[in-house]
Design a protein around this ligand. Sequence first.
Ligand SMILES: *[C@@H]1O[C@H](CO)[C@@H](O)[C@H](O)[C@H]1NC(C)=O
Ligand SMILES: *[C@@H]1O[C@H](CO)[C@@H](O)[C@H](O)[C@H]1NC(C)=O
Ligand SMILES: *[C@@H]1O[C@H](CO)[C@@H](O)[C@H](O)[C@H]1NC(C)=O
Length: 350
Amino acid sequence: STGEIIWALISILLLFTVSGCPQECRCNTALKTVDCRAQELKEIPTKLPYETELLYLQDNKIQVISHTPFITTPWLKILDLSNNSITSVSSKTFHGLHHLQVLNLTNNFIQHIENKVFNQLQNLHKLDLSFNRLLSLPESLGDNIKNLTLVAVHHNLLQRIQRVLLDSLSNLEVFLFKDNPWHCNCEVIGFRLWLESFLYRGGTIDEIVCFSPEDLKGKDLFKVPYEKYRTCSAISSSFLLANIKHFSSDPKGINKHLHHDEHGDGSHSDCETKPKPRPVSLRHAIATVVITGVVCGIVCLMMLAAAIYGCAYAAIMAKYHKELKKVEHLAPAIEQGSAEEKEPLDSSLA
Ligand SMILES: *[C@@H]1O[C@H](CO)[C@@H](O)[C@H](O)[C@H]1NC(C)=O
Ligand SMILES: *[C@@H]1O[C@H](CO)[C@@H](O)[C@H](O)[C@H]1NC(C)=O
Ligand SMILES: *[C@@H]1O[C@H](CO)[C@@H](O)[C@H](O)[C@H]1NC(C)=O
């Protein structure tokens, strides 16, 4: 019996090492959950169960992430690394996580994320990068993250966001931007137009308050009149014009403007003529000249026609009068004739 007990102990030990739950974590094999919250961990524990789908690592002190730490847990769906001390992530960090749906990196010290850092996460739905120290976002978060519906970048140090990045997030529903020092200069036009189109498509955002330039500090981006961008360089206005083209090709484009006038200041509709007022007024001038010419021409033709008609009328009238006089000379004879013709009729009636 002692041999049986030893055998049982050995098999239990074996089972433990195979299923492998790290000492600091609680593992639930049925729910495929590993909970390592608030354990003062400095690194991501190794020997995580292979079939883990939910991994909670928040409220620790993880600073450095070694290469491909999740290569042994390819079935992860939710990875929570919030409230740690992470300073950087690379594409190697998330290598192999093809099933990951939620990645929470909020409340860390991330300053920079490299281009296409989430390239492998083709099933990512929610990405939380809020409460970090991000100074910029890359051009692309990844080629395959078409399923991304929520991105949170609130409470970072972002001044701008590239239009290329925004346009790549085609299925986005929620984008949180609050508490960033947004720079509302010419470059912001592309961002703002994207936002307006995003809102129109039913997207959700929070507030975007300008931090610079000085005269726009504290102002809601949507309340900045388009007038402010009048002096923007050709690059920005081509951005703007490209977007106007995009808007007008949309059959509902008019509604879009109406929709935003509700919470804007009504100056949006001006943006189509104001950025380049000169060619427009030149075109106006040419049009005016052409119209004036045409009108004058018509009036002249009408006067000419009237004159011709007058002359012709006078000539015809003169001729008519002459003929009338001739007729008057002949008239008595005709009247006599007709009187004779009438008599038999009258007599027949009587
Ligand atoms: C962050 O984690 C620490 C422990 O490392 C904890 O004391 C603190 O309450 C956590 N903060 C939040 C906002 O959860
Ligand atoms: C990320 O975690 C924080 C708490 O640490 C939570 O408030 C937030 O909603 C989470 N984000 C997502 C996208 O689940
Ligand atoms: C988006 O998610 C669905 C399932 O939720 C998946 O079938 C599809 O492949 C994903 N899209 C991409 C581009 O991977």
